[in-house]
Ligand binder design. Structure first.
Ligand code: SF4
Length: 586
């Protein structure tokens, strides 16, 4: 057993060699697809049989250069937002444009990935090709009217991503497509397969070339093969996806498009989020119309549904495979978490008609608790509660755990604002803004000189000096990663006349790397590992500094959870306490 912390420098790096959860049968089966050359902006996969294409590899190790030494660069990076959209059979032609729905969804998920995006649509089972557009940058800049007009079809997938995993190579932009003997297949995912290195090696040992270092290509190749029990006349996509899940237990949410179906999948630990929505008619009070959905959508976060005119049905359950077709939504299967002896479940029917016995078995789920703390948009709903409310409760709990005698409470805008308001409500100390965020700073670049580096924080934040002059300020932040931003901000506040600056962090100290798809710096770079807790305040120049406890965070999260049918809940806190949801062997 190698140490968790010695070899891993980049998510999904080929140098990682996790040996857990590899099923060789997954790799040995025939029929692996060939990668579509998705370096072109539009792809036509007509008439291509299954082959084992070999294309130039790109470096998944490559660190994007952005923000290497810029202290204002987002220190935790989410890895992608996914969308799937399927129109109902009864929806009249021309009423809903799927490409534009996906576009709206991706704009709403822009906070999950701002480096590149892609949309793929299908014109149905009779069509031999998918329509595909992608590019680097923000969604609104990539998808012009002209590009969206080329994306014809009544079903499609969308994806937005950060490039720090897999480098900025455009071949890593999702959705990813392969040719199979059953037609084109597209996938898009959020997360990281914990055993991707071993799965890649096993596939390549079979002589199959992989064209990128993206986990999506790996997933797509694995889905291109028949499951071990074989198939009769037609491919059994539910069985193929189940086989994939059994080979890699975490951490991903996935959308898959094939023929006339879209599948939405969460790993058995439910580490990454995925919700199901109903596309509803707009501008009609007619009750019958209101009961008839125009289609169905998957999204990483429910915040996208409002932009698309959809309503939240529910989240995809951990381990669940949900199928969208022109006729509706079906829950196909729920794969138990490893160590469970649960029998194969096959709960067909209404999406709420699930196999509760299976879902209740095994170790608890491990939904990423940092979705609540930092990643998700405040209006998204997970586990029946809005993210904003959880953040506010974190602030309240922090005020209970670490009170401070001060004149005003303020925030590092903007994701810490609900927690700062919660702190203010609990403590009775007024909330007043002291920092003004410049939303137009654009991308972070390597700062070539000392002065540029020193000015990086001032470029991003202006100080509202009249609000803090001569006052004792409690500044609430949602998290501290490297601590490179907090010191310069404290300095700005002091220079502007703050009498005291107390830092309160609405999450516990980050101490461990994430192996589930979040780009967290190495242990040595994390502020909480650099000094003992009691020395951190003077280290960053604050009068005092305190974090929310792990138990306090759990309490704030659990307090508002509303789950139907006694669905079990559980959260990953591995970056805080080192307890990973699966036993990683390296
Ligand atoms: S280690 Fe931290 S960031 Fe990674 S999945 Fe777990 S809670 Fe989320």
């Amino acid at each position: 057993m190698r140490s968790l912390f010695t070899t891993r420098t980049c998510r999904g790096s080929p140098s990682t060699s996790c040996t857990a959860f590899v099923l060789p049968s997954m790799i040995n089966a025939p029929g692996l697809g060939s990668a579509v050359g998705n370096t072109s902006v539009e792809s036509d996969v007509a008439g291509v049989e299954e082959t084992q294409g070999v294309m130039a590899a790109s470096s998944k190790d490559a660190e994007g250069e952005a923000g290497v030494n810029d202290p204002t660069t987002a220190e935790l990076r989410e890895a992608c937002g996914v969308i799937g959209c399927m129109l109902a059979r009864s929806t009249p032609d021309g009423m809903v444009n799927v490409a534009r729905m996906i576009y709206l969804g991706l704009v709403a998920l822009q906070h999950r990935g701002q480096e590149s995006a892609g949309i793929v649509t299908s014109e149905g089972p009779a069509s031999t090709h998918f329509n595909y557009q992608k590019g680097d940058g923000l969604v609104a800049a990539i998808f012009t009217d002209e590009k969206l007009n080329k994306l014809k079809g009544d079903m499609g997938l969308g994806h937005s991503r950060y490039s720090t995993a897999g480098g900025r190579d455009p071949t890593n932009t999702q959705p990813f497509m392969v040719h199979t003997r059953h037609g084109p297949l597209a996938t898009a995912h959020n997360g990281e397969l914990i055993n991707a290195g071993a799965l890649r090696k096993a596939i390549m040992d079979r002589g199959v070339g992989l064209s990128t270092l993206s986990d999506s290509e790996l997933i797509t190749q694995m889905l291109s093969q028949a499951p071990p029990r074989g198939e009769k006349a037609k491919p059994d996509w539910g069985a193929r996806i189940r086989h994939l899940i059994e080979a890699t237990p975490t951490a991903y949410s996935l959308v898959v498009m094939q023929e006339d179906k879209i599948y939405g999948v969460r790993d058995p630990f439910g580490n990454r989020p995925l919700s199901i929505g109903r596309l509803m008619p707009l501008g009609t009070a007619n009750e019958e119309d209101q009961r008839k959905p125009l289609g169905w959508v998957f999204s990483s976060e429910s915040c996208a549904f409002q932009s698309m005119g959809a309503t939240l049905m529910r989240e995809v359950y951990p381990g669940e495979i949900v199928e969208l077709s022109p006729d509706g939504v079906r829950s196909l299967d729920i794969v138990p978490r490893p160590k469970s002896t649960a029998p194969h479940s096959n709960a067909h029917g209404d999406p709420d008609d699930i196999d509760h016995e299976t879902i209740l078995l095994g170790p608890p789920p491990a939904f990423c608790i940092f979705e609540y703390v930092y990643f998700a948009r405040a209006d998204s709903v997970f586990e029946g509660q809005q993210v904003y409310s959880v953040r506010q409760r974190c602030g309240r709990q922090l005020a209970i755990e670490s009170p401070v005698d001060a004149d005003i409470i303020s925030t590092v805008p903007e994701s810490a604002t609900p927690a700062a308001l919660g702190f203010s409500l609990e403590s009775g100390i007024p909330y007043i803004e002291v920092l003004c965020k410049n939303r137009y700073v654009g991308r972070s670049f390597i700062q070539p000189d000392t002065r540029s580096r020193q000015l990086a924080v001032a470029k991003k934040f202006g100080v509202l000096s009249e609000n803090l002059m001569g006052r004792r300020v409690v500044l609430v932040d949602d998290s501290i990663v490297r601590g490179t931003t907090v010191g310069p901000i404290i300095q700005l506040l002091r220079q502007a006349g703050a009498k005291e600056v107390h830092i309160r962090v609405a999450s516990p100290p980050l101490k461990h790397p994430c192996y589930m798809g979040i780009n967290i710096p190495t242990r040595g770079e994390l502020l909480a590992n650099q000094k003992p807790l009691e020395e951190l305040a003077s280290y960053v120049g604050a009068d005092s500094l305190a974090y929310l406890s792990i138990e306090g965070l759990r309490k704030a999260v659990r307090q508002g959870i509303v789950l139907k049918n006694n669905i079990p809940t559980g959260h990953c806190t591995a970056c805080l306490d080192g307890n990973y949801p699966v036993n990683l062997e390296w």
